[in-house]
Ligand binder design. Structure first.
Ligand SMILES: [Zn+2]
Ligand SMILES: [Zn+2]
Length: 97
């Protein structure tokens, strides 16, 4: 998974660094749209996931950093309703749930 993410990022950088044409921009936008719902914050639905909720030994990495501030420890996880014990940052490239 990590290798795949790194490869995709390299491709994006290569696309941006090339002389920019309409086609390159369209290709980049298409690539970005492949992020999909699995990598978008479940609260604001507009930012990439950057933080996770830790509870009962598992982490649900489902929100962006600003939205994580709306769910303090002790609140129910928006995904599974378990009480959140800790909020952690997701290392870049890891958005597994
Ligand atoms: Zn958010
Ligand atoms: Zn949860």
């Amino acid at each position: 998974m990590l290798k795949e993410a790194a490869r995709v990022r390299e491709e994006r950088v290569a696309q941006v660094c090339r002389p920019v044409g309409a086609e390159a921009i369209a290709a980049l936008m298409n690539d970005m749209s492949k992020l999909g719902e699995d990598e978008i914050c479940v609260i604001c639905l507009s930012a990439p996931r950057q933080c996770g909720f830790v509870h009962a030994g598992i982490t649900h990495s489902i929100v962006c950093r600003p939205c994580s501030k709306a769910i303090p420890p002790g609140s129910p996880c928006p995904l599974c309703r378990q009480h959140v014990e800790e909020i952690v940052d997701i290392p870049e490239g890891q958005t597994e749930t």
